[in-house]
Design a protein around this ligand. Structure first.
Ligand SMILES: [Zn+2]
Ligand SMILES: [Zn+2]
Length: 131
């Protein structure tokens, strides 16, 4: 299934959701759940330990997010979200945006996994030049 061909523009749709109270509550619940499960928080990209305030959540899948007459319904499962530093998150989106094959021909989850690998390589390369 394609991420790029949703009617009405997936980008605008998601921006509305990401400003909603439903999303803020879902996000808080995700962090609470993650701490309950693993006792800690890590960035999915650089794998460093981080605090709740240092992390953003990335969607691996938006299919359970719906908009009804009562507003947004945050139906994401725990596994459909993952935590990232804002900088690492940005890098993942840059990789996703720059690669039309990732955007169009894979699921968002698979595309994100490839983008995370590419982002890790770039972070590693940046660290390498600083040493
Ligand atoms: Zn990170
Ligand atoms: Zn994201």
């Amino acid at each position: 299934m394609s991420n790029a061909r949703k009617p009405g523009g997936a980008g605008a749709y998601r921006r509305g959701y990401l400003r909603s109270v439903s999303w803020f509550r879902r996000r808080d619940a995700w962090f609470a759940e993650q701490i309950a499960r693993t006792g800690q928080l890590r960035c999915m990209v650089c794998w460093q330990l981080a605090t709740r305030r240092e992390l953003e959540l990335h969607h691996l899948d938006y299919t359970h997010v719906t908009h009804t007459t009562h507003g947004w319904v945050a139906g994401e499962t725990h596994e459909q979200l993952c935590a990232m530093h804002p900088g690492c998150h940005e890098l993942v989106h840059r990789v996703l945006d720059a690669d039309p094959v990732l955007r169009r021909h894979r699921t968002r989850r698979i595309a994100t996994m490839h983008a995370i690998c590419a982002a890790r390589t770039r972070i590693g390369a940046m660290r390498g030049t600083r040493q």
